[in-house]
Design a protein around this ligand. Structure first.
Ligand code: SAH
Length: 572
């Protein structure tokens, strides 16, 4: 399964069963109703909206609640049968497993898996499944059906009493109780070759073909030319598994687009400089025995005997995702960050943040480090990524705010002058933003950043203290709200008091101040005070300090009792 299921719970009574289901699927997470299931990995606020969002994004759903609730929630979206993810209802005590939707995306196979783990029989109602013990129209990963409409007719013929034979390698059908007869007129054919249209055949394509594109083939209409070349060779497009290109073209965006359009993995042939044509590239790169389809052309094909694991063909373009985790709570992490963490082969960062980003799967390598040398960490990330790994480099909050993104770009900028240049520039680099501590703290307090503001790091590790003093004075004079990052630490004990002295010269003692400590993390505290009362002993290195402007206001709300802080949008 490519996307791990969301295991959705409504009450704590379902947690035991949810965790047992979770153990079956790498990367699966337990979703819990906020305020009711706080032990869950991901919190949601409204079941209907949450299930619809998961369904629409194609995420398999295992809902630990009544089948009727699930059906009602996703009902508005149930029109396109082809594109639906598996949806199952599981009784919260694990006594029933009911596949509801996604017959063609493997819901019955999931129902069997989950029921097996819970030691109950799955409630399967699909005729073909019941008769044959598996859905012939839902081949396992690595295989694709040539035509769904035609396949449905083929299966109804079998249900009506027709027999079939099997041609080609279909190991998963060995356990299926199909009406098999060696000389049957009907045939299930497993082949990379295109379906002829014969109605007595069910054609299933193994994703077993590598298409190699020599440097001389790149240019306009590559997608169409690959499809045309495949057609000339009699190959079916769904059989394609890998687009193999020369390593010298590793950064070419056209190749990425073509691979995406073909739904294949993009891999690179290492020694392609020596290859005089595409077939040479295939010969030098493929380790498995295969059948070659073209020998002397800029586009060539090779078919393996079984579905191919793209990871065994050549090497990937490396990727470096610089990821912001948000302040701490998983619900404040953007989905793109979660996706990068799920896809990464290697995770890099300061130990505390790597722990915050986990848990990770056993095959993901975690390079936690206490090393504060950021440039070294950035270079290490490029070394790993340029060797073909997908590296996620994690920062708390936003990676571009006093964090790793700038160090990563500095390392890349420096590399332009030296031997790493080509390899590091070929790495696909993405920066995934996060909710920065100032924003997370401001949201807790109300809207203190509702008007012009600035952010300042009070750390003089990488800039002279005089620069900080000048900026503080200018910001205070300009009546900006100020958010202080890195306000104080054991190595920098006096700087905060000095900074406050400067601000106090220019702002009234009654100026509103917000202190947020460990916001979004266990034991978070939020305090509203004034510039006069603020003491540096109220602040530590896990605190965000927001100093209001002359217009920033604090007021008490009666129910529930609390203080709101905001800076009006207008100016007097
Ligand atoms: N990239 C981070 C900032 C790193 S600098 C971000 O965008 O949030 C580290 C400083 O950020 C800390 O000294 C503290 O001032 C602030 N900070 C980080 N996480 C915080 C949190 N959860 N609560 C309050 N302040 C936090």
């Amino acid at each position: 399964m490519t996307v791990p299921p969301a295991i959705v719970t409504l009450g704590v009574g379902a947690l035991d069963t949810a965790r047992r289901v979770q153990a079956l699927y790498d990367g699966a997470q337990v979703h819990g109703l906020q305020g009711r299931v706080n032990e869950a990995d991901i919190a949601y606020t409204e079941l209907g909206a949450h299930l619809r969002e998961l369904y629409a994004s194609g995420t398999p759903i295992v809902a630990l609640c009544a089948a009727g609730i699930v059906i009602r929630c996703v009902a508005p979206l149930l029109s396109n049968k082809g594109g639906e993810p598996p949806v199952l209802a599981v009784a919260e005590d694990g006594s029933a497993v009911v596949p509801l939707l996604g017959g063609l995306s493997g819901v019955n196979a999931m129902a069997r898996e989950i029921a097996g783990a819970l030691d109950v029989p799955p409630a399967i109602t699909t005729s073909g499944e019941l008769r044959f013990g598996a859905c012939v129209l839902n081949p396992p990963e690595g295989y694709a059906l040539a035509s769904l409409d035609h396949g449905k007719r083929f299966v109804s013929d079998l249900l009506a009493g027709e027999a079939t034979r099997i041609e080609g390698d279909a190991p998963w059908l060995d356990d299926v109780q199909l009406p098999r007869v060696d000389n049957a007129r009907r045939t299930i054919r497993v082949t990379p070759l295109a379906w002829s249209g014969a109605t007595d055949e069910l054609v299933i394509h193994p994703r077993s073909v590598v298409v190699a594109v020599h440097a001389s083939a790149t240019g306009d209409n590559l997608h169409e030319r690959v499809l045309e070349a495949a057609r000339v060779q009699g190959l079916a497009a769904p059989s394609l598994a890998v687009l193999l290109a020369p390593a010298s073209q590793i950064g070419d965006p056209v190749l990425r687009d073509v691979a995406d359009a073909l739904h294949v993995a993009l891999r690179f042939a290492a020694d392609s400089e020596a290859a005089s044509n595409a077939a040479d590239m295939l010969r030098q790169t493929l380790r498995v025995p295969h059948t070659a389809f073209v020998t002397d052309a800029p586009i060539a094909f090779a078919a393996a005997h079984a579905p191919l694991d793209p990871a065994t063909v050549g090497r990937a373009r490396g990727k470096l995702s610089v990821v912001g985790l948000g302040p701490g709570d998983a619900s404040l992490m953007v989905p793109a960050a979660r996706a990068a963490l799920t896809q990464a082969t290697d995770i890099l960062g300061y130990d505390t943040y790597v722990k915050m980003a986990g848990p990770f799967r056993a095959e993901q390598r975690v390079h936690g480090t206490d090393n504060r040398e950021e440039m070294q960490r950035a270079r290490h990330a490029f070394e790993l990524a340029s060797a073909g790994h997908h590296v996620a480099m994690v920062s708390s909050g936003d990676p571009g705010v006093f964090a790793m993104a700038a160090a990563v770009l500095e390392a890349l900028d420096e590399a332009h002058a030296d031997a790493h240049r080509a390899a590091w520039s070929a790495v696909e680099l993405e920066i995934v933003p996060g909710v920065s501590a100032a924003f997370a703290t401001a949201a807790q307090a109300g809207a203190p950043l509702g008007h012009d503001f600035c952010v300042l790091s009070l750390s003089d590790n990488l800039k002279p203290w005089t620069v900080i003093e000048t900026r503080l004075r200018h910001a205070a004079e300009a009546d900006l709200v100020m958010a202080f990052y890195n306000p104080i630490s054991r190595a920098r004990p006096w700087q905060l008091d000095r900074a406050l002295d400067i601000v106090r010269d220019l702002r009234a003692p009654s100026t509103v101040v917000v202190l947020g400590r460990d916001i979004g993390r266990p034991g978070a505290t939020l305090k509203t005070t004034t510039l006069a009362e603020l003491q540096s002993s109220d602040v530590d290195m896990r605190t965000m300090v927001i100093i209001g402007s002359t217009t920033t206001r604090a007021f008490n709300a009666a129910e529930p009792r609390r203080t709101w802080v905001y800076t009006p949008r207008w100016y007097a």
